[in-house]
Design a protein around this ligand. Structure first.
Ligand SMILES: C[S@@+](CC[C@H](N)C(=O)[O-])C[C@H]1O[C@@H](n2cnc3c(N)ncnc32)[C@H](O)[C@@H]1O
Length: 240
């Protein structure tokens, strides 16, 4: 399945304003909003608090990213939700900005870490948020990519890639089957995703089945991927 049709570039804005064809188009909701109606923040935070209390390691994503980074790196947590990963990365010394479209999720992040940077915004319109580029790492963990609005995925990947410095890393975690997604079926394949990344100037550097680095196999049902933004004049995709 390939969503080459980049619908975000022709959509109207949240107000339902007329597009360039003169027609009025409704804004397409992201799949997360369709599932949660924008009210999931407190429940989501409680779920992770319970997991932590019962002894689970809830910091796998942050530990994975930290291992890829130099000290005090700049990190964009795209689809940061309640901020659980960006907060941990900040505790580890990194400079993090979180962006999410769900105000119930961001309300938790702002309450838990008021001094951190949290932006309410749509990843499909990331270029409108005035973010300084040259991030060392952009993270989209917790099924952010499969939970985007249908058709916006290539645009989002392009925006995420454009905010990386040359040699910077896009780190994603996503389910590939119903057992690893809050959806009845996967809306995209890894081949789709890798294609969008290639189109955006990214090269696959690493792929695992879990955040603790288990080897990826198609049967795993989950992929943790690291894509690298090519350095000017180089396409080797090596980590720096
Ligand atoms: C399952 S939550 C994961 C949150 C966080 N990354 C984590 O791992 O805890 C998916 C998040 O993606 C966000 N999201 C989905 N589409 C988005 C979009 N177009 N712009 C910004 N955030 C989006 C949702 O609002 C939600 O907070």
């Amino acid at each position: 399945m390939r969503a080459d049709n980049d619908s975000a570039t022709s959509r109207s804005d949240e107000t339902g304003e007329a597009d360039t064809q003169g027609t009025t188009m409704p804004e397409q909701q992201d799949r997360w909003a369709q599932l949660t109606e924008g009210r999931a923040g407190e429940d989501y935070a409680r779920r992770f608090a319970r997991l932590a209390e019962s002894g689970h390691d809830v910091h796998g994503e942050a530990t994975f990213c930290d291992a890829l980074l130099k000290p005090a790196a700049r990190v964009l947590d795209a689809g940061c939700g309640t901020g659980r990963i960006a907060i941990r990365l900040a505790e580890l010394g990194h400079r993090c900005t979180g962006v999410d479209i769900d105000s119930s999720m961001l309300a938790v992040a702002r309450r838990e870490a008021p001094a951190q940077d949290w932006l309410l915004g749509d990843l499909a319109r990331l270029d409108t948020l005035g973010l300084e580029p040259e991030f060392d790492l952009v993270l989209a963990a917790g099924n952010v990519i499969p939970l985007l609005a249908p058709g916006t995925e290539p645009t989002v990947v392009r925006h995420l890639a454009s905010l990386l410095r040359p040699g910077g890393l896009l780190v994603t975690g996503m389910g590939l089957d119903a057992a690893h997604l809050p959806l009845p079926e996967p809306p995209l394949t890894l081949a789709d995703f890798d294609h969008w990344c290639t189109e955006a100037g990214l090269t696959l550097s690493e792929r695992h089945a879990t955040w603790d680095g288990a080897p990826y196999t198609p049967a795993a049902g989950y992929a943790v991927s690291v894509h690298t933004r090519s350095r000017a004049g180089s396409t080797d995709g090596h980590l720096t």
